[in-house]
Design a binder for this molecule. Structure first.
Ligand SMILES: Nc1ncnc2c1ncn2[C@@H]1O[C@H](COP(=O)(O)OP(=O)(O)OP(=O)(O)O)[C@@H](O)[C@H]1O
Ligand SMILES: [Mg+2]
Length: 240
């Protein structure tokens, strides 16, 4: 039976004169991969920031496992089991890949040795074991993106929110990240929300796609339905 792990209800966000989210409602079914699309400025990252609490919404409710987390500090929401990557890769440049992940692991492990061990395992999952001793600043973009995912997974989330982690990568790199995200979902039981402009990538992994436009939900449905939606084609795919 499908069960909602996250319920977003009538969420509104306003910045000065801008109505950035307009009564956004949707459910994330436990175990599903929800893709999120929309033109630049549609409110996709704003939605993630509202969920994780970095910029709480002005109104509406966000229920995680039945608890309304609106107004909670980000660290408490993260501790409940929601992790997010950012649109611009955020890693500690002057630390090694291993230490980047180990620092995140310290939040959930008892000792530095245990954090390092957990970090090594996580690096391996993302195919970064050969880069453990490399400074983050020396990693190519694809590996930096993978490193950010590895860091996020150290929070042991139930929900992982991924914001444009495939931007700037080539097709082979995109396919590699897609495979690993699908394994996070299938093998590790994490529900995913994935913001991505790469429609081919999203179609491949998503069970549902949410399309935002001007802060409002344009449509929510199966990838093949959403990709045929007239307004999605006009607003997002840029076809006249
Ligand atoms: N903290 C903020 N203060 C003021 N305005 C903001 C803030 N965050 C976002 N905005 C504005 O809200 C709108 C939605 O921005 P958002 O970053 O959510 O878009 P997006 O869908 O993620 O776009 P992109 O695909 O370019 O990443 C934009 O007009 C943006 O300038
Ligand atoms: Mg964005």
């Amino acid at each position: 039976m499908s069960r909602a792990i996250l319920k977003v209800e009538n969420v509104d966000q306003r910045f000065a004169g801008l109505h950035a989210l307009k009564s956004v409602s949707f459910e994330l079914v436990e175990g599903e991969i929800l893709g999120i699309i929309g033109p630049n400025g549609a409110g996709k990252s704003t939605l993630f920031n509202a969920i994780i609490g970095t910029v709480p919404p002005v109104s509406g409710a966000i229920h995680f496992e039945g608890k309304n987390v609106v107004g909670w500090p980000t660290h408490r929401i993260a501790a409940l089991g929601i992790a997010k990557t950012s649109q611009t890769v955020q890693v500690f440049d002057e630390m090694t890949a291993l230490d980047n992940v180990a620092v995140a692991a310290l939040l959930s492990t008892a000792s530095v040795a245990a954090a390092r061990a957990a970090a090594r395992e996580e690096l391996e999952f993302w195919g970064l074991q050969g880069h453990a001793g490399t400074l983050a600043q020396d990693l190519p973009l694809a590996q930096r993106s993978l490193l950010e995912l590895a860091r996020a997974m150290m929070l042991r989330p139930r929900i992982l929110m991924v914001d444009e982690v495939m931007a700037g990568l080539n097709e082979i790199e995109v396919d590699d990240i897609l495979d690993r995200l699908m394994r996070v979902n299938k093998e590790r039981g994490v529900s995913l929300m994935v913001i991505e402009h790469n429609m081919r990538a999203l179609m491949k992994i998503s069970s549902q796609i949410l399309a935002l436009d001007y802060g409002a939900v344009l449509t929510l449905g199966k990838p093949e339905e959403v990709s045929r939606h007239k307004r999605v084609i006009e607003a997002y795919l840029g076809v006249e």
